[in-house]
Design a protein around this ligand. Sequence first.
Ligand SMILES: NC(=O)c1ccc[n+]([C@@H]2O[C@H](COP(=O)([O-])OP(=O)(O)OC[C@H]3O[C@@H](n4cnc5c(N)ncnc54)[C@H](O)[C@@H]3O)[C@@H](O)[C@H]2O)c1
Length: 358
Amino acid sequence: MNKLRFGIIGVGMMGREHIRNLKLHPEAEIVALQDPVEDSRRRGIAQLGHEVPTYETIEDMLAKAELDCVLVVSPNHTHRRVLEPLFAAGLNILCEKPLCTTVDDARWAAERAATHTAVFWTGMEYRFMPPAARFIDAIRAGEVGRLVQLSIREHRFPFLVKVGDWNRFSRNTGGTMVEKCCHFFDLMRLIIGAEPVRVFCSGAMDVNHQDERYGGEKPDIIDNSFTVVDFANGARALLDLNMFAEGSEEQEALTAVGDKAKLEAFIPSGDLVRSPRVPLGAPKTPSRIHVPVDPTILEAGTHHGSTYYQIEAFIDAVRGRGPVRVTADDGLRAVAMGAAAERSARERRVVEMSEFGF
Ligand SMILES: NC(=O)c1ccc[n+]([C@@H]2O[C@H](COP(=O)([O-])OP(=O)(O)OC[C@H]3O[C@@H](n4cnc5c(N)ncnc54)[C@H](O)[C@@H]3O)[C@@H](O)[C@H]2O)c1
């Protein structure tokens, strides 16, 4: 079987993680790297371990390289501009989250993707972390009964330094609630199986980036927040984000409580704990399982193996062996929830999703 020829657009931190993971897939071959920054192109080749043509512009790459698939791993605010020629070229596209930085641009991408005949996939790695995937499957299989409350906690390290410091300003990222939290809003929709109705977010930049200045400008990105989301089926969800908790033993904790049981998943330990309801006073009967990740795959990234498993599913979709599991519409709705949370935090009020046309 011919290998699929991949081009990588944006060869920064995440682009190099994709290179490491594509190298592990027997059906993938990287044939082109595109990045306007020379140092990134050089580091991309070093990561790949052999020479392939590199391009400064997407137009040059599309004119010269023979490609089947592209991964869009450039900064968030470039996604719309980058996607336009890729759609026109009819390529299979995996675009990293967030789909775009604004609801308008994300809506444009979703509308364009609806008429795209090749695969379009929004990168949402958290769905593919093995413990998270098991958590999702267990809830789908009815292990908590009727899901009523979902809470997602991420307590992690501050935003890393990026090429050109693009991630310090909301105008480039969409704001933390879009940039980082679109992952968790996507998980909420997937797990609850319904659409959000309203969002309340309390958050601010209280600890990180206080002394940083870029061209004299101070960053404006939230570093901690609580977000409550009401869903159309009556379920409610909470996101607890903290980005100055790099010492946390568990970076992510997912908790679902239904009318039959509570289920928790912890990452990176990979433990899942199911605690069924018991009659008052009866012994508690929690059960714990461990969901392992292949060590080679774990080592190829910083996202608990998910980058590989998502690429594997993307390739299955391109080959016609599987569905597109994260659509452009999923990407749009995650951006819209993030935008609602950003607006809620800044205006200190409940934001209805109808304000964004949903
Ligand atoms: N899914 C995840 O968990 C995850 C994790 C990290 C980053 N990301 C996403 O990946 C993307 C890149 O993030 P990063 O952390 O690698 O940033 P980065 O700054 O490390 O790398 C971005 C690269 O894109 C290049 N670039 C800038 N403009 C470009 C353009 N117009 N065309 C092509 N390349 C361009 C930069 O020179 C740089 O090399 C972002 O959308 C980010 O949100 C996703």
